[in-house]
Design a protein around this ligand. Sequence first.
Ligand code: IPD
Ligand code: CA
Ligand code: CA
Length: 266
Amino acid sequence: MDARYALAQDLAREAGGLAYGYYRRRHELAVENKGLQDAVSVADKKTEDLIRSRIATRFPDDAFLGEESGASEGLLDGRPIWVVDPIDGTACFLNGMPTWCVSIALVQDGTIELGVIYDPNVDELYAARRGEGTFLNGVRQPVPSAKAFSDGLFGTGFSHRSPTGDFVPFLSGLLEDGGLFLRNGSGALMLAYVAAGRLIGYFEPHINSWDSLAGLLLVREAGGWTSDFLADDGLLRGNLCAASAPDLAPALRALLAKTVPQPARP
Ligand code: IPD
Ligand code: CA
Ligand code: CA
């Protein structure tokens, strides 16, 4: 695991550098639509190819699940699984907004072991290994301190995989409880911000594993609370995603229970 943790960090930086080169030339990229408000370009594909090939060279027996290239053979036979989003925040990336990142997680036996997120726009590398804390550019992150929704900005995400009714009641409740929301277009980056105490929490009714697993480990290892994303086949089907500072978790769970009766499925 030591070698995999080092590789994840090196790879996130290398892939972030490649993606950043494409970002600077984004007007030249051909864009395809995968669905409603779901675009992809050569930048996403080439960045994932780089990550996947480097992992295959170094750990040929490991499994891989990526947003763009899908799952490798033997995904669920007990070997370590790398779960990768080469560019999280593609809509921002393509439209010239610097809120996107590379997200790399490693799962084994139903447990997230490694989580690394790199934001090349500001050269920030977030890294966590289970049991060892969360680090931002090498500095261990303290336990996030928010206690109430009024203590800061709460991150939110929504995609048209979910019905609007799975999101709007939560948003109303958050505002009624004195909260304010941010949606910056990258679920991974907003989870990293929760781990770093910049946002007080995060909620999205349905998100995929490649968007969220690295960020969820970052939050947990910083001492925060997260929902059990991998329950109910979250790895392959996605799941509801919630995370917060530990002392805000009771209020967040109460709001979720009131406004989001059960995990949404696409
Ligand atoms: C999306 C972003 C967005 C979240 C969506 C994701 P993409 O990923 O994380 O913030 O709300 O659910 O699909 O398409 O930018 O890689
Ligand atoms: Ca994503
Ligand atoms: Ca993506």
